[in-house]
Ligand binder design. Structure first.
Ligand SMILES: C[S@@+](CC[C@H](N)C(=O)[O-])C[C@H]1O[C@@H](n2cnc3c(N)ncnc32)[C@H](O)[C@@H]1O
Length: 234
């Protein structure tokens, strides 16, 4: 029967429930920073993109570094016209494809195993939770640069620049808080021909995944950048 694409407004809780069916990578690779976006963060990102900014429904969407497909399949669920997910890890792509055929969508969904730098084409919207460049310096910049080459709008998650415990506590009581962009990212986005429309900070809980994680979970802040590519003709 398959999962119908949702063209009418759906409840955020239902979106979170849907996203929780998309299982994380079973053997994440630290070098590739294979952290799965928690469903609460993915749902906030997709909800803003779909219903506040109108960038998912009937749009051609690209998920860069799609992992097992959480963001890409969330877009298909919400009624994107077409979705492409790209990841360098063949196992992640295999699992994403399995998830997508298990759920079944009317939206055309394609999966590509390859490096972010090799992506070509034109998309209305790019979503990404890129590696933050902790393991490989500059990895986040490669993703931003590519997203702005191929996309008209970009939704990109980045490290919050300050480690502020009080802010984390404040955020726990609200889901999203609009904040100023990091000057470094702002400069880079401008260089790549983009304009930052908004930055939303949100809480993110990282479960213990790798040997160097000493706590069962860490609460941090993540920033969602909403970026528009500037049309050179305008
Ligand atoms: C933080 S994870 C996000 C996974 C998924 N998008 C999600 O939201 O759960 C970053 C993803 O980027 C992929 N990745 C890392 N380097 C890459 C590269 N050079 N080209 C393509 N994908 C890459 C990793 O394999 C990983 O799946």
């Amino acid at each position: 029967m398959g999962t119908p694409a949702q063209k009418r407004l759906i409840r955020k809780l239902n979106l979170e429930r849907f996203l929780s069916q998309i299982k994380p990578h079973p053997s994440p690779n630290l070098r590739l920073e294979q952290y799965t976006t928690p469903e609460s963060v993915a749902a906030s990102m997709l909800y803003l993109a779909a219903y506040t900014y109108g960038d998912i429904i009937d749009k051609r969407v690209l998920d860069l570094g799609c992992g097992t497909g959480r963001l890409a399949l969330g877009c298909a669920f919400l009624g994107a016209e077409s979705v492409v997910g790209v990841d360098i890890d063949k196992l992640a792509i295999k699992l994403a494809a399995e998830n997508s055929s298990l759920l079944g969508f009317k939206t055309k969904v394609d999966w590509i195993a390859g490096d972010v730098t090799a992506v070509t084409g034109k998309f209305d919207t790019v979503l990404q939770n890129p590696p933050f460049g902790v393991q490989k310096r500059g990895a986040d910049r490669l993703f931003l640069e590519k997203a702005l080459q191929v996309g008209g709008k970009v939704y990109s998650l980045h490290n919050h620049p300050f480690d502020d415990g009080a802010f984390v506590n404040r955020l726990k009581h609200s889901v999203l808080l609009q904040v100023a962009p990091s000057p470094f990212i702002a400069r880079f986005v401008e260089k790549c021909g983009g304009i930052i429309e908004a930055v939303y900070a949100m809480p993110l809980s990282i479960p213990r995944m790798f040997d160097f994680h000493t706590k069962t979970k860490s609460d941090v802040i993540i920033d969602l950048y909403i970026i528009r590519k500037v049309d050179k003709a305008s």
